[in-house]
Write a protein that binds this ligand. Structure first.
Ligand SMILES: [Zn+2]
Length: 378
């Protein structure tokens, strides 16, 4: 499976307002759309519904023209030869997206088909999928490297690096001397090259955590060449054979490392939350009402929520303030919108203020704050 939803992506989407944003969700659950023709008919139905929403959406002329052209682009990107279904259980499509006229994200879990036309992107169905770090698994041998980027949902191949020296030294007088370098030197130069590539990849934001795979003989040499900032993100070695491992084997091998890192991160966040809540004047709030208050004041750095928590509540359609049972917004007097589940709105508001969102497994610490709390910036 692949998951294009990251916390960064959710922050961009949650803050994305464009007067009119069309959000489409296409279910690719193989039990519901088992064949290409079945999928095509689901696409046709979704596009039909999208056109109806756009034509009947009361859009101003310019917005309507833009939206019609976005629909044409979506249609072409969902054609049988173009649709990105490999490894996806659903697609989320936003027009316009934060990055361009049409943004398509592949999702690792099925989501019911849906069309929403609103002033902002409809991110709620994605909120529970973004609790993921971006991992790189680099498979390295003495002359080649393969870089897989993903998370516990999937680890597709992102790129390769080949320093196989055969055939590379046929130019000018340099070939002879280089050819005579010991094999060991060649391997050392290759490992140097891999370490550089990882450093650049980290700086470019391609990943934030690293797992390496390779034979014992190269491990200490490669580790010694890693930049300090790469070393800080390094979570250990796994056993994988570069020449035979596919994306699924890479995902399975990295899974225990990812799960362990995730637990450690959750523990660390829960400890910070408990300390913030337990210290007078500390940077932490616990309980639904107080946490909604901190979110409404835009001072949340990390929101911590039990992923099973649900509660009704209310939201101000004008300023975004969240509350439990408010009829009127205390900030601007607007009539509050009543929500079946205010937790999703809380998670969306956290992303909107560029907060981190952690959805840990149920624990005593989390129960101590009624399933929701936040580490605050001030
Ligand atoms: Zn308000």
């Amino acid at each position: 499976m692949v998951n294009d939803v990251s916390q960064d992506r959710l922050r961009q989407l949650a803050a994305h307002r464009n007067g009119a944003v069309l959000s489409l969700f296409l279910d690719l659950d193989p039990s519901k759309v088992p064949t290409a023709p079945a999928r095509q008919s689901a696409v046709d139905n979704l596009m039909h519904e999208a056109r109806r929403a756009v034509e009947g959406g009361g859009l101003e002329h310019d917005a309507l023209v833009r939206m019609r052209s976005a629909l044409t682009e979506i249609e072409s990107r969902l054609e049988p030869t173009a649709i990105p279904v490999e490894g996806a259980r659903a697609l989320a499509i936003f027009a316009p997206g934060p990055d361009g006229p049409v943004d398509i994200l592949r999702l690792p879990q099925p989501i019911p088909n849906r069309v929403v036309l609103d002033v902002s992107a409809h991110v709620e169905p994605l909120l529970r999928l973004g609790d993921r770090a971006r991992w790189c698994v680099a498979l390295v041998d003495r002359s080649r490297a393969m870089f897989h980027i993903g998370n516990e949902d999937g680890m597709p191949l992102d790129g390769t690096l080949d320093d196989d020296t055969k055939g590379q030294h046929q130019q000018g007088g340099w070939s002879q001397s280089r050819y005579q370098r010991s094999v060991d030197n060649e391997a050392q130069a290759h490992l140097e090259h891999v370490a550089d590539a990882l450093c650049v990849g980290l700086r470019e934001g391609r990943f934030d955590r690293l797992v390496l795979a390779g034979q014992q003989a190269i491990r200490s040499d490669l580790e010694a060449k890693l930049d300090n900032e790469v070393k800080e993100r390094f979570h250990g070695w796994v056993d994988l054979d570069l020449s035979s491992a596919d994306a699924e084997a890479v995902r399975a091998a990295a899974q225990p490392v990812i799960v362990k890192a995730r637990r450690e991160h959750e523990q660390e966040v829960l400890a910070r939350l408990a300390q913030g809540v337990g210290t007078p004047g500390g940077h932490g709030v616990g309980g639904l009402r107080t946490t909604l208050g901190a979110l409404s004041e835009r001072r949340v750095e990390t929101l911590v929520v039990d992923p099973t928590l649900r509660s009704p509540g209310s939201r101000c359609p004008s300023c975004g303030l969240l509350g439990l049972h408010l009829a009127e917004c205390p900030a601007d007097g607007t009539e509050m919108q009543q929500l079946d589940n205010v937790i999703e709105a809380a998670v969306a508001l956290a992303y909107e203020q560029a907060a981190q969102v952690v959805l840990p497994a149920p624990s005593e610490e989390l129960a101590g704050v009624e399933g929701i709390g936040a580490i605050t910036r001030f």
